[in-house]
Design a protein around this ligand. Structure first.
Ligand SMILES: CC(C)(COP(=O)(O)OP(=O)(O)OC[C@H]1O[C@@H](n2cnc3c(N)ncnc32)[C@H](O)[C@@H]1OP(=O)(O)O)[C@@H](O)C(=O)NCCC(=O)NCCS
Length: 149
């Protein structure tokens, strides 16, 4: 069992850019976002951005694109530094992002091979609804999951 750690979930902002870059590099070796996308997720209106923090260190991040006109929110990124995985941090970030977007339907895409993330989403009530063939760099399929609240 993992050592217990105390973390807090709180809003992120552009001051978190460097920490977010580190999380992206560590969590998404194939799919790390370019700098512009990281700036956008930390600054654009209509985006929910939450970080998990232990002490002074940002250890996890979730981004949510709220689309109230469509009554849908998209989870656009979710990552936890490898050292701090399997402690419930992503579950907590996901729930907080869902609550803050406060929309009836939440959707996301995940690589077909990303079983850890798929288990997490299924555990949290997401169900696969479609496949986007070749969606990811390298040609891997994206699985689309959604959850009704
Ligand atoms: C996927 C990810 C966000 C999960 O973060 P986490 O903080 O470790 O997740 P949690 O601790 O909240 O996991 C909750 C449950 O999800 C499932 N789960 C999470 N990671 C898993 C893994 N690697 N293997 C199997 N099940 C996993 C388990 O059921 C877990 O519960 P348990 O630890 O009691 O068994 C993290 O592994 C990560 O950042 N991966 C790289 C980036 C990524 O793939 N993001 C998702 C893109 S769609």
């Amino acid at each position: 069992m993992s050592e217990a750690v105390t973390y807090q979930v709180m809003p992120a902002n552009w001051h978190d850019l460097n920490a977010l870059r580190q999380i992206e590099k560590a969590c998404f070796p194939q799919d790390a976002w370019p700098l512009w996308d990281l700036i956008a997720v930390l600054t654009l209106p209509g985006v929910v951005r939450l970080k998990a923090v232990i002490g002074e260190e940002m250890v996890g991040f979730v981004g949510g694109d709220a689309r109230p006109a469509e009554r849908v929110g998209w989870i656009t990124t979710l990552g936890v530094l490898p050292t701090y995985q399997r402690r419930g941090i992503a579950t907590c970030l996901l729930a907080a992002c869902e609550a803050e977007m406060d929309l009836p339907c939440v959707k996301l895409t995940v690589r077909r091979s990303n079983l850890g993330a798929i288990y997490l989403y299924q555990k949290e009530g997401y169900r696969q609804t479609s496949i986007w063939p070749g969606y990811y760099p390298g040609g891997e399929d994206g699985l689309v999951f959604e959850k009704w609240r």
